[in-house]
Design a protein around this ligand. Structure first.
Ligand code: ARG
Length: 460
């Protein structure tokens, strides 16, 4: 495709080193879409006739069908997806095919394909995020009344509702979806027409091509357009952070599924056994999710590292962007899908949760609040309950086992009504602020999410 000025064949090693078709073949649908728009623009600019345009489009459609049905032979000697398709087109339709690459470079072509690909895949990821969110909301709804300890520093802190804990992940995923949406709105501009780096003396109607390809506009600087991979970095970041969220969820589930917590039981379909220890049931899905998050972060860092020293404009280093992108997209899609399935099959052991939440110390803060409501400054109340805690540990008796007289040894503000404070249901009911885990608020949040997320859609 560029042999004119060369007298020697490319070395076989260089061919192996430089080919990208073994992975960028995945851009074929986007590449063909871009070429269709290019052909139409060439016709509008009177570079090709209407007949040639029709031939090109029919040829491209045929090639797309062959690729989809596994009948297309990819040639490594043709380096990448772009040259493979263009060469096949010329083989099939002759001269008209050789006109397609007018006023276009693989530099603006690959930038266009990559943006289209990111846009398509972001939509698929958003769908899967929604699916996992629906699964989490369904679990929150099914176990709405289950109380368990909330932790800081992995030490028991205060009681929360299981649903409230789970909806925290729904919030994180909503931000992930928002970030992907933001990235798409920024990437949705057409680079085609930027040529190799400086446009072309053959001027195509870029706005027309943009409209044909569903872009909201065109890039404003040809040099930036062919070398910009910010959009990929943004997508990779959004995916990496989503992976970090899934990893945190995974860690909770791994803890919860342990005999020490026993808050949940995972379905057999989402666990594995041990080849040595017959009793084992391991949370491998969660562990893999935690593990794969490292790879998603790695892909982001890898791309940023590739980009950081590049002079203007296109440099072949940029070919290194795609495997990271594909890997992150594949990984997050599968992770979201399998986690949605795992959460849907996860059973919650309400009794174990309740037993852990019945640790009286979880209500120590509520006791301090009780004294505050009786007029004691919080710092003093904190101190009183701290001493009460030490006494409780020393006595090996929980707060509810104390008599009123015992409470009064620490503050005369204690009254009969203190015992109501030590009730878990009361403690949760009292947390009425927006964002806090009262049952009423949880119920409203579950309803809100069900409305926002809508009914389950079929996975793609
Ligand atoms: N395979 C190349 C890539 O992925 C396409 C662009 C090649 N451009 C060039 N001037 N060699 O980046």
């Amino acid at each position: 495709m560029w042999k004119g000025r060369f007298q020697k064949e490319t070395s076989d090693l260089v061919k192996r080193y430089g080919e990208s078709v073994s992975f960028d073949w995945r851009l074929y649908a986007q590449d063909i879409r871009g070429s269709m728009a290019q052909a139409e623009a060439l016709q509008r600019a009177k570079i090709i006739t209407a007949t040639e345009c029709r031939q090109i489009k029919a040829g491209l459609r045929e090639i797309e069908k062959d690729i989809r049905e596994g009948r297309f032979t990819w040639k490594f000697s043709l380096e990448d997806v772009h040259m493979n398709i263009e060469s096949a087109l010329t083989e099939r339709i002759g001269a008209a095919g050789a006109k397609l690459h007018t006023a276009r470079s693989r530099n603006d072509q690959v930038a266009t394909d990559a943006r289209l690909y990111c846009r398509d895949e972001a939509a698929a990821i958003l769908e899967l995020i929604g699916q996992l969110q629906r699964s989490l909301v369904a679990s929150a709804a099914a176990h709405a009344a289950v109380i368990l300890p909330g932790y800081t520093h992995l030490q028991r802190g205060q009681p929360v509702l299981f649903g409230h804990h789970v909806l925290a992940y729904v919030e994180m995923l909503a931000r992930d979806a928002g970030r992907l949406g933001d990235a798409v709105s920024r990437l949705n501009v057409l680079p085609l027409g930027s040529g190799a780096l400086a446009g072309s003396t053959i001027v195509l109607d870029r706005e027309y091509m943009a409209e044909r390809l569903g872009f909201a506009g065109v890039t404003r600087n040809s040099m930036d357009a062919v070398s910009d991979r910010d959009f990929m970095a943004e997508i990779l970041f959004a995916i990496a952070l989503c992976g970090v969220h899934l990893s945190r969820l995974a860690e909770d589930i791994i803890l919860w599924a342990s005999a020490e917590f026993a808050f949940v039981t995972l379905d057999d379909a989402h666990t594995t056994g041990s080849s040595l220890m017959p009793q084992k049931k391991n949370p491998d899905v969660a562990e893999l999710t935690r593990g794969k998050s490292g790879r998603l972060i790695g892909n982001l860092v890898s791309l940023l590292t590739t980009l950081k020293g590049l002079p203007m404009t296109y440099n072949r280093d940029l070919q290194e962007d795609k495997e990271r992108l594909f890997d992150s997209i594949d990984t997050i899609k599968l992770a979201l899908a399998v986690n949605a399935e795992m959460i849907a099959g996860m059973r919650v052991n309400a009794d174990a949760c309740r037993a852990a939440a019945s640790d009286p110390f979880l209500l120590a803060t509520d006791l301090a609040d009780y004294l505050v409501k009786k007029g004691l400054p919080f710092r003093h109340a904190h101190d009183v309950i701290g001493k009460l805690t030490a006494y409780s540990l020393d006595q090996r008796r929980g707060f509810p086992a104390f008599t009123l007289d015992e409470f009064r040894q620490f503050s005369d503000l204690f009254d009969e009504d203190v015992f109501a404070v030590l009730d878990l249901e009361h403690a949760l009911d009292a947390r009425r602020a927006t964002g806090a885990p009262s049952p009423a608020y949880l119920a409203a949040e579950i309803k809100r999410w069900q409305k926002v997320l809508g009914p389950a859609r079929r996975a793609r």
